[in-house]
Write a protein of this length. Structure first.
Lengths: 215, 242
C-alpha cells in the first residue's frame, strides 16, 4: 500500500479553511453550551449567578454561530466534504448495523456513517436552536404559545446537542491521530488505511498519479 | 455497453442524501415542537412529576424552578443574624428577627409560580406572614404610597404600591414545601407576590421601606412592567394565578 518504503506518508485531510471553520464553530459552540448550561441548570446558576452578563454572552455567541458555517461555503474543500457527509452509501447502513465497525470489514470512505449522522444531527440542531433563539430574543413579537413552544424546543434540543457534542469530544479524546488531523490538516497513511480504507486508497492513487505525471 | 449498464446499479453511485433528510427532519420536528410546545411542555411536566419527581429540580424543562440571580452566586445569611427592616413612612420602624416574624399571625397559601419568561411551577405551598400583617404591625403613615423592597444580595430591589401590598395573596414567606426556604429560593425570607410575575417576588428580602412614590425595581428599570399582573402585563396572556 505504501508509496515509499523509507518515509511514512501523510495524507491531506482538512484544508486550512476547514480547520478554521471547525475551530471557530467549536469555540462558539463551547461558549453557547456552557453559558446555556449555567442559565438552565439551577445548581450551576447558583454558583455563577450574574444572569444578565451570562445571557448577553450567550446571545452574542448565538448571533455569531452561523457566521463560520456561512463563510465555509466559500471553501471548495468544505463544500466537497459537506457533500460526502450528506450522502449515505449502501455500506454505511451495513457499517451502522454491524458489531465489528472498527474491524475494517466494511470499507469506510473519508467519513464513516457515525460521522455523517453526527454532522447532520448537529446542523439540524444548530438551525433549530438559532430559530428558537431568535423567537426568544424578539419575544415581544410572538404569542405566548409560540414563546413557550420555542423555549421548550430550545431547552430539549440544546440538551440533546450537548450530549452529541460530549460524544464527539469523547471520540476525539480517544483518537490522538484524528485530533492531530484536525489540528495539522493531515494524517498518517497507516491511520487512514485503518480507519478510512476506501478514502486512503483514493488518496494514494491520486498522489501517485500526480507524482507520476510530474516526474 | 449501455444495455448492460442500465440494469446494473440499484443504489445510485452517489448514495442517498440521508444527511439532508436528517437535517430537514430535525428542523421539521423543531417547528412542530414550537407550535405544540405549550401542550407538550405541560405534558412533559406532568409525566415527570408523576414518574420521577426529583428530575424537575435537576432539569428545569421538566417543570421545576429555574434559578435567576443577578449577582455572583447566592448571598448567605445565618438565620440568627437575619433581620427584616421596616422603615420609611411608618409609625414605628422595626427590625424583625425570624423569631419576631414567627410571633406574627401565620398564613399558608398554595399558588402557582409564573415567570415572565414563560415557565410556571404549579401548586407551590408557601407559609409565612402576610405582608399586610407586617405593615399593620409597623403602622403605615397616611402619605405612604409605595414600598421599596431590598435584598441582602446587595443589588436586587422591587416595588409595590401600598394598595397592592395590602392584598391577601402577598406573603412574606419563611417556608416553602413545608420546610425552610432553600438558599437558592431566597433563604431565609422572601416575598411571594402570587398574582404577579416572579420577578416581583424578591428573594433574600431584608428591607421594606415605605415611600411616597413607586421606585422602579431591578428589572423594571430594565424594561419590565412595574404592575406585573400575571396575564395582564409584559405583553403576555398567561392564565392568572388565583
Amino acid at each position: 500500500m505504501s508509496l515509499s518504503s523509507d518515509a511514512p506518508v501523510s495524507l491531506p485531510r482538512f484544508t486550512r479553511a476547514e480547520r478554521w471553520v471547525h475551530r471557530t464553530l467549536g469555540v462558539l459552540m463551547g461558549v453557547l453550551l456552557v453559558t446555556g448550561a449555567i442559565m438552565f441548570f439551577p445548581d450551576l446558576s447558583s454558583i455563577v449567578g450574574n444572569r444578565q452578563i451570562v445571557s448577553t454572552v450567550h446571545e452574542i455567541a448565538g448571533w455569531l454561530a452561523p457566521v463560520p458555517l456561512i463563510l465555509a461555503l466559500f471553501s471548495r474543500a468544505f463544500r466537497k466534504d459537506a457533500g460526502l457527509l450528506n450522502r449515505f452509501m449502501p455500506g454505511d447502513w451495513e457499517w451502522l448495523r454491524s458489531r465489528d465497525r472498527r474491524s475494517g470489514r466494511v470499507r469506510v470512505g473519508k467519513f464513516n456513517a457515525g460521522q455523517k449522522l453526527n454532522a447532520s444531527l448537529t446542523l439540524g440542531a444548530v438551525v433549530v436552536l438559532f430559530g428558537t433563539g431568535m423567537v426568544m430574543f424578539w419575544s415581544s413579537l410572538f404569542s405566548d404559545s409560540i414563546r413557550t413552544g420555542a423555549t421548550f424546543v430550545h431547552d430539549w434540543v440544546a440538551l440533546a446537542l450537548g450530549i452529541l457534542v460530549l460524544g464527539h469530544i469523547w471520540m476525539a479524546l480517544n483518537d490522538a491521530t484524528a485530533r492531530a488531523g484536525m489540528r495539522t490538516g493531515s494524517v498518517p497513511e497507516a491511520w487512514a488505511v485503518r480507519e478510512h480504507p476506501a478514502w486512503a486508497e483514493e488518496m494514494t492513487e491520486q498522489i501517485s498519479s500526480s507524482r507520476g505525471a510530474s516526474g | 455497453m449501455t444495455d448492460q449498464m442500465t440494469e446494473e446499479p440499484k443504489a445510485s453511485p452517489r448514495g442517498t442524501p440521508v444527511g439532508r433528510r436528517v437535517v430537514l427532519g430535525v428542523v421539521g420536528l423543531g417547528a412542530a415542537g414550537v407550535l405544540a410546545g405549550r401542550w407538550l411542555s405541560s405534558g412533559v411536566s406532568d409525566v415527570v412529576a408523576s414518574t420521577a419527581p426529583g428530575l424537575a429540580s435537576i432539569v428545569p424543562a421538566a417543570g421545576g424552578f429555574r434559578i435567576y440571580t443577578v449577582t455572583g452566586g447566592y448571598p448567605e445569611m445565618p438565620p440568627a443574624d437575619y433581620r427584616l427592616g421596616v422603615s420609611g413612612l411608618v409609625n414605628e420602624p422595626m427590625s424583625l428577627s425570624l423569631d419576631d416574624l414567627a410571633q406574627l399571625p401565620q398564613t399558608q397559601m398554595t399558588k402557582d409560580f409564573q415567570c415572565v419568561t414563560g415557565w410556571r411551577v404549579e401548586d407551590v405551598p408557601w407559609s409565612g406572614v402576610l405582608l399586610r400583617d407586617v405593615l399593620d404591625a409597623a403602622g403605615v403613615e397616611s402619605d405612604a404610597e409605595a414600598l421599596k423592597l431590598t435584598s441582602f444580595d446587595g443589588a436586587y430591589t422591587e416595588s409595590l404600591t401600598v394598595e397592592q401590598a395590602m392584598r391577601d395573596d402577598m406573603l412574606v414567606a419563611t417556608s416553602m414545601y413545608g420546610g425552610p426556604i432553600e438558599v437558592k429560593h431566597g433563604a431565609p425570607v422572601r416575598l411571594v407576590a402570587a398574582p404577579m410575575y416572579g420577578y416581583k417576588s424578591i428573594k433574600w428580602m431584608d428591607g421594606i421601606e415605605l415611600t411616597r412614590t413607586v421606585i422602579p425595581g431591578y428589572w423594571e428599570v430594565r424594561g419590565y412592567d412595574i404592575d406585573a399582573w400575571v396575564g395582564k402585563s409584559n405583553g403576555r396572556t398567561d392564565e392568572p394565578v388565583v
